[in-house]
Design a protein around this ligand. Structure first.
Ligand SMILES: Cc1cc2nc3c(=O)[nH]c(=O)nc-3n(C[C@H](O)[C@H](O)[C@H](O)COP(=O)(O)OP(=O)(O)OC[C@H]3O[C@@H](n4cnc5c(N)ncnc54)[C@H](O)[C@@H]3O)c2cc1C
Length: 561
């Protein structure tokens, strides 16, 4: 088939689409237009080059234009921006930024892979020279040159998504004092509040100042420095500012060509990645796809989906039939010593969509605790109250997070339930896991809730507890209380003494047993209910509570107003 395929954008989605199209069709004419100088570069590695972890700039270039063009027989045109699509004539207008030449190129099929641009709101002073964004290699060069040349001592990062936090880590490594300003009341908005609180605490322990719930109002130059004014009335002075408040799909071309744009701003596509024009496909950060769990339209600005969609669009453009079933938004980021991962829906997304759910929180170890190096992780599983179908998961920890999130992402894709997680036969030897892997334990904890073996109270319900009717029962041992602290108003009976001291409890009250992580409180709950007491165990135990206690106190105050 002598098809002529034009691809707009030559990085994650575009380069994958070009390679796949060639593998399927030796006779096609394939042209890739890339506005910038580079194709197929490693966006995801950019923060690590700035931080000096990746030492060689050329390692960011996954392939050279010469190698790519030779291997795939693709006509790669760099510095070439497609400025207009004429769907009627089936041609595009291209501007060569090097030569200034403007020309037309015809197509049979086209794949749009223009990505997304960093959001830069019209804040006064946003165009000051030392306010940076990070999307591509020229941005990286500008930041790296500034960091190496000017040796900035202080930096403000606006936004607290994964690129912001990766940059915070890498700039702290460069000796910068970093302040993050985030409009929302938490860092890492893909996580729910209590999981993000763990990440924020870790950032603060590493010396990063986190100003959450704060909006930047203006920037102003002061010599070589920048004054940042916030809605809290305060002013901060910094040597440089990085704007990483999110990205917006590059939809201008598609919009002007009359293609349908979705409510997210992404180009609307069907399962074959076809836009509203059957000969034009859109992929990656520019495309609006379906969130499988909520059914909502989403733009998933991640490299994995962009690559897969590029492949699927190429299949369809070359006459095959492939479909993209939607995305779960599985992601992971390194934030100093933590790995922070999520898959599927968050609790807040389910609330917004009105989808019923239950949650469980556990703190398993990455591998057998008797084998050196085991680290505790916090794992949140979100599941359907009816059939126990998995809806989402979030994990924060120092080891073993990546493999658990990938098992859970696979389980989610397979439509598994929490009962399936109980049964999963996962590899075990002490250096790697425990006989009951964290994923199995997540299944047990969730299944216990569904079967009624445990009733639980979640941290954000603590504010509604009526102290006259419900009593917090601390089952930890005395040294733990002294070391870790207490929950105000809780009575203390160590778990081993509970059976003998049931006589001290009031049968007219309900008890909220808790321990450090949740295991002893589950045992305590079983003792209480089998002895005729009312009980609901505190999900996630004192470990989770200690991360969110300020918020719990605020909620209590709001409740008492
Ligand atoms: C700093 C950083 C770190 C990241 N880290 C991760 C990570 O760890 N994990 C992860 O999953 N994702 C990560 N991402 C996101 C990931 O890189 C993107 O989701 C992915 O690259 C999107 O692929 P894409 O093909 O849609 O767009 P891109 O890869 O952005 O490519 C789009 C290309 O199209 C070109 N273009 C746009 N318009 C035109 C036009 N009119 N004519 C010609 N060319 C045009 C642009 O110049 C650009 O090079 C990161 C992104 C950044 C910026």
């Amino acid at each position: 088939m002598e098809t002529k395929l034009l691809i707009i954008g030559g990085v994650a989605g575009g380069a994958t689409a070009a390679a796949r199209a060639r593998r399927l069709n030796e006779r096609a004419t394939i042209v890739v237009f890339e506005r910038g100088e580079y194709i197929s570069f490693a966006n995801c590695g950019l923060p690590y080059y700035i931080g000096g972890v990746i030492t060689k700039r050329e390692n960011l270039l996954v392939t050279t234009i010469k190698d790519f063009a030779a291997r795939y027989n693709v006509d790669v045109r760099i510095f070439s921006e497609v400025t207009r699509i004429d769907r009627e004539m089936k041609q595009v207008e291209v501007r060569n930024h090097h030569t200034g030449q403007v020309y037309l190129e015809s197509y049979d099929k086209m794949i749009l892979a223009p990505g997304a641009e960093p959001v830069r709101p019209p804040i006064p002073g946003i165009d000051l020279p030392n306010i940076f964004s990070l999307r591509n290699i020229p941005d990286t060069d500008r930041i790296a040159d500034y960091v190496e040349g000017q040796k900035p001592e202080s930096m403000v990062i606006v936004g607290a998504g994964f690129i912001s936090l990766e940059m915070a880590e890498n700039l702290v490594k460069k000796g910068c004092k970093v302040t993050i300003i985030e409009m929302l009341d938490q860092v890492m908005n893909v996580l729910d509040y209590e999981m993000a609180a763990i990440v924020q605490k870790h950032l603060e322990e590493k010396g990063v100042v986190c100003m959450v719930g704060t909006t930047v109002k203006a920037f102003a130059g002061k010599g070589s420095r920048i004054i940042v004014t916030t809605d809290k009335g305060g002013e901060l002075e910094a040597d440089m500012v990085l704007m990483t408040i999110g990205v917006r799909p590059e939809n201008r071309l598609a919009k002007e060509a009359g293609l349908e744009i979705g409510q997210t701003g992404g180009v609307k596509v069907g399962a074959s990645m076809r836009t509203s024009d059957p000969d034009i496909f859109a992929v990656g950060d520019a495309a609006e796809v379906k969130d499988i769990v909520t059914g909502l339209p989403v733009v998933i600005a991640l490299a994995g989906p962009a690559n897969k969609q590029g492949r699927i669009a190429a299949d369809n453009a070359m006459g095959r039939s492939s479909i993209f079933k939607g995305a779960f938004g599985t992601s992971i980021a390194k934030v100093f010593d933590l790995s922070v991962a999520s898959t599927g829906a968050s609790e807040k997304r389910l609330i917004a969509r009105g989808i019923p759910y239950l949650v469980s929180h556990i703190h398993p170890s990455s591998h057998a605790t008797y084998y050196p190096g085991a680290r505790v992780m916090t794992m949140k599983l979100i599941f359907s109250p009816g059939d126990g179908k998995i809806l989402g998961a979030q994990i924060v920890g120092m080891a073993g997070v990546d493999k658990r999130i990938d098992v859970l992402a696979t389980a989610l894709k397979a439509g598994m339930t929490v009962y399936d997680l109980e049964e999963l036969e996962l590899a075990y030897a002490p250096p790697y896991s425990s006989a009951k892997d964290p994923v199995n334990i997540a299944g047990f904890a969730a299944a216990n809730i569904l079967k009624g073996d445990v009733e639980q109270i979640v941290w954000n319900q603590l504010g509604q507890v009526d102290p006259a009717a419900e009593v917090l029962l601390d089952l930890r041992n005395a040294p733990e209380l002294r070391h870790d602290g207490r929950i105000a108003g809780a009575i203390h009976i160590p778990l081993p003494e509970l059976r003998d001291r049931l006589g001290e409890l009031d049968r007219n009250k309900r008890y909220v047993p808790f321990c450090v992580a949740g295991l002893r409180s589950y045992i305590g709950h079983r003792i209480l209910v089998q002895n005729g007491f009312q009980s609901r165990s505190l999900a996630g135990g004192y470990r989770l509570y200690s991360q969110v206690k300020e918020r719990v106190e605020e909620m209590k105050k709001e409740g008492s107003k």
